[in-house]
Design a protein around this ligand. Structure first.
Ligand SMILES: N[C@@H](CCC(=O)N[C@@H](CS)C(=O)NCC(=O)O)C(=O)O
Length: 235
């Protein structure tokens, strides 16, 4: 049994995408969602910080780790995707070159697409003041990264080739996230084609439906929630 500490944000969706695909692929891992309401501050409880010291979700606890030892916790969405892919032998190639490509693009997403698009969203959607330099800086970086991804997808069904992998699951939730400040996707036909194919997968639809069950539909952040999420200094 896996405990999935989760809230339906792009980083949270990555893990339900994989867990639902595993079920589809006959490699089902039983999992229980433990909601972490990040707008209410659940990520700061001592119990949660013991498994996720960076006060972010997602995190998992695997109660049946492969070494037969005590329950094992994992934080950071990229580490979780890799852990679960290795545990099941699915959605990551076994050959050296294929695996290396997946790791490259997983790290690219974790270090680039996710954080830069997140900052784009912060300054375009959530920031309490208008800061044109920050808006333009992150818009241009997000667009640069989308250009890189579009090029990688040309001539490939998925990021690492013919097969759907954890590299795709990491990147997919970060495309088209901000309804209130959408990035124009016209220049990225390969991403649009790839995104539509992933959106149509039954596992993707189940993963996103689960998110709605956990929160009810997405409401705008209240002032209190903003303070909890964006007013953090050292603790
Ligand atoms: N690098 C981390 C980022 C996770 C992350 O930023 N999670 C956000 C929601 S998408 C969160 O938990 N925020 C709560 C907070 O900042 O207090 C990962 O990929 O797991």
């Amino acid at each position: 049994m896996i405990d999935l500490h989760y809230w339906p944000t792009p980083n949270g969706h990555k893990i339900t995408l994989l867990l639902e695909e595993l079920a589809e692929a006959g490699a089902k891992l039983d999992y229980a969602i433990k909601p972490v309401n990040i707008g209410k501050g659940d990520q700061f409880t001592p119990e949660y910080l013991a498994i996720s010291p960076n006060n972010k979700m997602p995190a998992i606890v695997d109660h049946v780790p492969a070494d037969g030892g005590a329950p094992l916790s994992v934080f950071e969405s990229g580490a979780i995707l890799l852990y679960l892919a290795d545990k099941t032998g699915r959605f990551i190639p076994k050959d050296l070159r294929g695996r290396t490509t997946v790791l490259e693009w997983l790290m690219w997403q974790m270090g680039g697409l996710g954080p830069m698009t997140g900052q784009y969203g912060h300054f375009h959607v959530y920031a309490p003041e208008d800061i044109p330099y920050a808006k333009s800086r992150y818009a241009s970086e997000a667009n640069r990264l989308l250009g890189v991804l579009d090029k990688q997808l040309a001539g490939r069904a998925f990021i690492a080739g013919d097969d759907y992998t954890i590299a795709d699951m990491a990147a997919y939730p970060w495309i088209g996230v901000y309804d209130n400040a959408p990035i124009d996707m016209t220049p990225y036909p390969e991403i649009r084609r790839w995104h539509a194919a992933i959106a149509a997968r039954p596992a993707t639809q189940r993963a996103y439906a689960l998110g709605k069950q956990v929160t009810g539909a997405g409401k705008p952040l209240s002032d209190e929630e903003r303070k909890i999420l964006f007013g953090q200094g050292p603790r």
